[in-house]
Write a protein that binds this ligand. Structure first.
Ligand code: G
Ligand code: G
Ligand code: NA
Ligand code: MN
Length: 250
Protein backbone atom coordinates (compact mmCIF):
# COMPACT_ATOMS: atom_id res chain seq x y z
CA UNK A 1 0.00 0.00 0.00
CA UNK A 2 1.67 3.22 -1.19
CA UNK A 3 -0.22 5.32 1.34
CA UNK A 4 1.46 3.46 4.16
CA UNK A 5 4.91 4.95 3.61
CA UNK A 6 3.49 8.37 2.87
CA UNK A 7 1.39 8.61 6.00
CA UNK A 8 4.45 8.89 8.24
CA UNK A 9 5.74 11.77 6.13
CA UNK A 10 2.29 13.34 6.17
CA UNK A 11 2.41 13.53 9.96
CA UNK A 12 5.91 15.06 9.90
CA UNK A 13 4.98 17.51 7.14
CA UNK A 14 1.75 18.59 8.84
CA UNK A 15 -0.45 17.53 5.94
CA UNK A 16 -3.24 16.63 8.35
CA UNK A 17 -6.13 18.97 9.03
CA UNK A 18 -9.28 18.90 11.08
CA UNK A 19 -12.66 19.67 9.61
CA UNK A 20 -15.68 20.23 11.84
CA UNK A 21 -19.26 19.12 11.34
CA UNK A 22 -22.00 20.81 13.38
CA UNK A 23 -24.21 18.79 15.72
CA UNK A 24 -27.52 20.54 16.31
CA UNK A 25 -29.42 20.53 19.60
CA UNK A 26 -32.99 19.88 18.44
CA UNK A 27 -34.61 21.40 21.52
CA UNK A 28 -32.57 24.60 21.57
CA UNK A 29 -32.42 24.79 17.78
CA UNK A 30 -28.74 25.68 17.71
CA UNK A 31 -25.34 24.13 17.21
CA UNK A 32 -24.30 22.49 20.47
CA UNK A 33 -21.01 21.04 19.29
CA UNK A 34 -18.79 20.27 16.33
CA UNK A 35 -17.35 16.84 15.56
CA UNK A 36 -13.68 17.03 14.58
CA UNK A 37 -12.98 14.89 11.52
CA UNK A 38 -9.45 14.32 10.33
CA UNK A 39 -8.47 15.04 6.74
CA UNK A 40 -5.27 14.34 4.88
CA UNK A 41 -4.32 17.02 2.38
CA UNK A 42 -2.10 14.89 0.15
CA UNK A 43 0.24 17.06 -1.99
CA UNK A 44 -0.68 15.29 -5.25
CA UNK A 45 -3.74 13.12 -4.53
CA UNK A 46 -5.78 15.87 -2.91
CA UNK A 47 -8.02 15.35 0.09
CA UNK A 48 -7.93 11.75 1.35
CA UNK A 49 -10.86 10.68 3.57
CA UNK A 50 -10.26 8.99 6.94
CA UNK A 51 -11.90 5.76 5.77
CA UNK A 52 -8.73 5.28 3.66
CA UNK A 53 -6.02 6.34 6.10
CA UNK A 54 -7.35 5.70 9.62
CA UNK A 55 -7.12 1.90 9.19
CA UNK A 56 -3.48 2.29 8.05
CA UNK A 57 -2.81 4.69 10.90
CA UNK A 58 -4.17 2.12 13.34
CA UNK A 59 -2.14 -0.79 11.88
CA UNK A 60 1.08 1.23 12.02
CA UNK A 61 0.18 2.86 15.33
CA UNK A 62 0.69 6.25 13.73
CA UNK A 63 -2.79 6.95 15.08
CA UNK A 64 -1.13 7.60 18.45
CA UNK A 65 0.76 10.78 17.43
CA UNK A 66 -2.02 11.66 14.98
CA UNK A 67 -4.68 11.30 17.65
CA UNK A 68 -2.76 13.37 20.18
CA UNK A 69 -2.25 16.07 17.56
CA UNK A 70 -5.98 16.01 16.70
CA UNK A 71 -6.97 16.30 20.34
CA UNK A 72 -4.73 19.31 20.97
CA UNK A 73 -5.70 20.99 17.71
CA UNK A 74 -9.41 20.48 18.43
CA UNK A 75 -9.06 21.90 21.96
CA UNK A 76 -7.07 24.87 20.62
CA UNK A 77 -9.68 25.63 17.95
CA UNK A 78 -12.65 25.14 20.29
CA UNK A 79 -11.19 27.54 22.87
CA UNK A 80 -12.08 30.44 20.52
CA UNK A 81 -15.58 29.31 19.59
CA UNK A 82 -18.56 31.45 20.65
CA UNK A 83 -21.20 30.50 23.23
CA UNK A 84 -19.14 27.71 24.82
CA UNK A 85 -19.75 25.51 21.78
CA UNK A 86 -18.31 22.07 22.48
CA UNK A 87 -15.99 19.89 20.45
CA UNK A 88 -16.28 16.12 19.90
CA UNK A 89 -13.11 14.16 19.12
CA UNK A 90 -13.00 10.53 17.95
CA UNK A 91 -10.80 8.11 19.88
CA UNK A 92 -9.40 4.93 18.36
CA UNK A 93 -9.04 1.65 20.27
CA UNK A 94 -5.33 1.72 19.53
CA UNK A 95 -4.94 5.03 21.37
CA UNK A 96 -6.57 3.61 24.48
CA UNK A 97 -4.46 0.45 24.26
CA UNK A 98 -1.10 2.09 23.62
CA UNK A 99 -1.16 5.15 25.78
CA UNK A 100 -2.46 6.70 28.94
CA UNK A 101 -5.38 8.59 27.43
CA UNK A 102 -6.28 10.13 30.76
CA UNK A 103 -2.88 11.77 30.94
CA UNK A 104 -2.96 12.85 27.28
CA UNK A 105 -6.43 14.38 27.61
CA UNK A 106 -5.58 16.13 30.89
CA UNK A 107 -2.45 17.57 29.31
CA UNK A 108 -4.33 18.78 26.21
CA UNK A 109 -6.94 20.50 28.40
CA UNK A 110 -4.27 22.03 30.62
CA UNK A 111 -2.13 23.28 27.72
CA UNK A 112 -5.04 24.81 25.84
CA UNK A 113 -7.08 25.99 28.83
CA UNK A 114 -10.26 24.37 27.47
CA UNK A 115 -12.72 23.37 30.20
CA UNK A 116 -13.28 19.58 30.43
CA UNK A 117 -17.04 20.22 30.06
CA UNK A 118 -16.45 21.52 26.54
CA UNK A 119 -14.73 18.33 25.39
CA UNK A 120 -16.63 15.23 24.25
CA UNK A 121 -14.98 11.97 23.25
CA UNK A 122 -16.59 9.57 20.74
CA UNK A 123 -15.85 5.90 21.29
CA UNK A 124 -17.03 3.11 18.99
CA UNK A 125 -18.16 -0.32 20.03
CA UNK A 126 -14.91 -1.88 18.77
CA UNK A 127 -12.96 0.13 21.34
CA UNK A 128 -14.95 -1.41 24.16
CA UNK A 129 -14.47 -5.05 23.29
CA UNK A 130 -10.67 -4.86 23.17
CA UNK A 131 -9.71 -4.45 26.83
CA UNK A 132 -12.78 -3.85 28.88
CA UNK A 133 -11.22 -3.30 32.29
CA UNK A 134 -8.65 -0.80 31.05
CA UNK A 135 -11.15 1.06 28.87
CA UNK A 136 -13.64 1.20 31.70
CA UNK A 137 -11.09 2.72 34.05
CA UNK A 138 -9.88 5.39 31.66
CA UNK A 139 -13.40 6.36 30.56
CA UNK A 140 -14.53 6.55 34.17
CA UNK A 141 -11.66 8.88 35.06
CA UNK A 142 -12.37 11.09 32.03
CA UNK A 143 -16.07 11.15 32.89
CA UNK A 144 -15.28 12.14 36.48
CA UNK A 145 -13.12 14.97 35.12
CA UNK A 146 -16.21 16.35 33.35
CA UNK A 147 -15.54 15.12 29.80
CA UNK A 148 -18.67 13.76 28.09
CA UNK A 149 -18.28 10.26 26.64
CA UNK A 150 -20.40 9.30 23.62
CA UNK A 151 -21.02 5.79 22.31
CA UNK A 152 -20.53 6.26 18.55
CA UNK A 153 -21.97 4.27 15.64
CA UNK A 154 -24.38 2.52 17.99
CA UNK A 155 -25.91 -0.57 16.41
CA UNK A 156 -23.29 -1.05 13.72
CA UNK A 157 -21.46 -3.95 15.35
CA UNK A 158 -22.98 -6.40 17.77
CA UNK A 159 -25.10 -6.60 20.87
CA UNK A 160 -23.87 -3.75 23.01
CA UNK A 161 -26.64 -3.34 25.51
CA UNK A 162 -24.29 -4.62 28.16
CA UNK A 163 -21.78 -1.88 27.37
CA UNK A 164 -24.40 0.72 28.14
CA UNK A 165 -24.43 -0.48 31.73
CA UNK A 166 -20.69 -0.96 32.17
CA UNK A 167 -19.30 2.28 30.80
CA UNK A 168 -20.03 5.89 31.76
CA UNK A 169 -21.76 7.00 28.56
CA UNK A 170 -23.87 10.13 28.64
CA UNK A 171 -24.77 10.14 24.96
CA UNK A 172 -25.60 7.56 22.28
CA UNK A 173 -25.05 8.28 18.61
CA UNK A 174 -27.06 5.95 16.41
CA UNK A 175 -25.23 4.71 13.34
CA UNK A 176 -26.08 6.61 10.18
CA UNK A 177 -27.01 3.42 8.30
CA UNK A 178 -30.31 3.32 10.23
CA UNK A 179 -31.03 7.02 9.73
CA UNK A 180 -30.29 6.88 6.00
CA UNK A 181 -32.95 4.26 5.36
CA UNK A 182 -35.70 5.84 7.47
CA UNK A 183 -38.13 6.89 4.75
CA UNK A 184 -38.12 3.60 2.86
CA UNK A 185 -37.71 1.02 5.58
CA UNK A 186 -40.28 0.52 8.26
CA UNK A 187 -37.88 -1.58 10.36
CA UNK A 188 -35.37 1.30 10.46
CA UNK A 189 -38.03 3.63 11.86
CA UNK A 190 -38.66 1.10 14.63
CA UNK A 191 -34.95 0.78 15.45
CA UNK A 192 -34.32 4.53 15.32
CA UNK A 193 -37.26 5.12 17.65
CA UNK A 194 -36.23 2.38 20.11
CA UNK A 195 -32.70 3.74 20.43
CA UNK A 196 -34.06 7.22 21.26
CA UNK A 197 -36.40 5.68 23.84
CA UNK A 198 -33.55 3.65 25.30
CA UNK A 199 -31.35 6.74 25.63
CA UNK A 200 -34.13 8.70 27.30
CA UNK A 201 -34.89 5.89 29.77
CA UNK A 202 -31.20 5.74 30.65
CA UNK A 203 -31.04 9.55 31.09
CA UNK A 204 -28.66 9.87 28.19
CA UNK A 205 -28.64 12.29 25.29
CA UNK A 206 -29.08 10.90 21.80
CA UNK A 207 -27.68 11.95 18.43
CA UNK A 208 -28.99 10.89 15.05
CA UNK A 209 -26.14 11.08 12.55
CA UNK A 210 -26.49 10.99 8.78
CA UNK A 211 -29.51 13.31 8.65
CA UNK A 212 -29.60 14.27 4.96
CA UNK A 213 -33.20 15.37 4.30
CA UNK A 214 -36.04 17.32 5.90
CA UNK A 215 -37.97 14.05 6.04
CA UNK A 216 -35.29 12.27 8.06
CA UNK A 217 -34.92 15.32 10.36
CA UNK A 218 -38.66 15.20 11.03
CA UNK A 219 -38.47 11.47 11.71
CA UNK A 220 -35.61 11.74 14.23
CA UNK A 221 -37.25 14.75 15.88
CA UNK A 222 -40.47 12.77 16.27
CA UNK A 223 -38.51 9.80 17.55
CA UNK A 224 -37.23 12.04 20.37
CA UNK A 225 -33.55 12.53 19.54
CA UNK A 226 -31.97 15.38 21.45
CA UNK A 227 -29.42 16.13 18.71
CA UNK A 228 -28.88 15.63 15.01
CA UNK A 229 -25.93 15.75 12.64
CA UNK A 230 -25.67 15.39 8.89
CA UNK A 231 -25.45 16.92 5.44
CA UNK A 232 -28.96 18.39 5.86
CA UNK A 233 -27.41 20.91 8.27
CA UNK A 234 -23.85 21.02 7.00
CA UNK A 235 -20.97 18.88 5.80
CA UNK A 236 -17.76 19.05 7.83
CA UNK A 237 -16.21 22.50 7.33
CA UNK A 238 -12.73 23.86 7.89
CA UNK A 239 -11.99 25.65 11.18
CA UNK A 240 -12.40 29.06 9.54
CA UNK A 241 -16.00 28.18 8.60
CA UNK A 242 -17.21 27.57 12.14
CA UNK A 243 -19.04 30.88 12.66
CA UNK A 244 -20.89 30.62 9.37
CA UNK A 245 -21.95 27.04 10.17
CA UNK A 246 -23.33 28.12 13.56
CA UNK A 247 -25.49 30.79 11.87
CA UNK A 248 -26.59 28.48 9.08
CA UNK A 249 -27.81 25.83 11.51
CA UNK A 250 -29.71 28.19 13.83
O1 G B 1 -15.23 12.27 7.71
P1 G B 1 -15.55 10.85 7.37
O2 G B 1 -16.99 10.48 7.24
O3 G B 1 -14.87 10.42 6.10
O4 G B 1 -14.94 9.97 8.56
C1 G B 1 -14.94 8.61 8.47
C2 G B 1 -14.60 8.01 9.81
O5 G B 1 -13.25 8.27 10.17
C3 G B 1 -15.46 8.56 10.91
O6 G B 1 -16.49 7.68 11.15
C4 G B 1 -14.55 8.64 12.09
O7 G B 1 -14.90 7.66 13.04
C5 G B 1 -13.16 8.39 11.56
N1 G B 1 -12.36 9.52 11.96
C6 G B 1 -12.39 10.79 11.49
N2 G B 1 -11.54 11.57 12.17
C7 G B 1 -10.97 10.78 13.11
C8 G B 1 -10.01 11.01 14.16
O8 G B 1 -9.52 12.12 14.38
N3 G B 1 -9.66 9.93 14.92
C9 G B 1 -10.19 8.70 14.73
N4 G B 1 -9.78 7.70 15.51
N5 G B 1 -11.10 8.45 13.77
C10 G B 1 -11.48 9.47 12.98
O1 G C 1 -18.06 7.53 11.78
P1 G C 1 -18.32 8.85 12.35
O2 G C 1 -19.68 8.83 12.91
O3 G C 1 -17.35 9.36 13.31
O4 G C 1 -18.33 9.81 11.12
C1 G C 1 -18.84 10.92 10.72
C2 G C 1 -18.71 10.77 9.22
O5 G C 1 -19.99 10.77 8.63
C3 G C 1 -17.90 11.87 8.61
O6 G C 1 -16.93 11.30 7.81
C4 G C 1 -18.89 12.61 7.73
O7 G C 1 -18.28 13.06 6.54
C5 G C 1 -19.96 11.58 7.48
N1 G C 1 -21.25 12.19 7.39
C6 G C 1 -21.69 13.23 8.11
N2 G C 1 -22.96 13.57 7.81
C7 G C 1 -23.34 12.67 6.86
C8 G C 1 -24.57 12.50 6.15
O8 G C 1 -25.55 13.22 6.31
N3 G C 1 -24.58 11.46 5.27
C9 G C 1 -23.52 10.64 5.06
N4 G C 1 -23.65 9.66 4.17
N5 G C 1 -22.37 10.78 5.72
C10 G C 1 -22.27 11.79 6.61
NA1 NA D 1 -17.62 9.87 15.44
MN1 MN E 1 -20.44 7.82 14.04
Amino acid sequence: NPLRAELKKAVERSELALHYQPIVDLREGRVSSFEALMRWKHPSRGMIPPSEFIPIAEETRLIVPMGTWALKQACTDAKDWPDSTKVAVNLSAVQIECCDMFEIVTEALHETGLEPERLQLEITETVLMRDQARTQEVLRKLHDLGVLITLDDFGSCFATLNYLRSFPFRKIKIDRSFVRDIPEHHDCVAIVKSVADLARELNMRSVAEGVETAASLLAVRNAGYTEAQGFYFSPPVRASGIKRAVKQCA
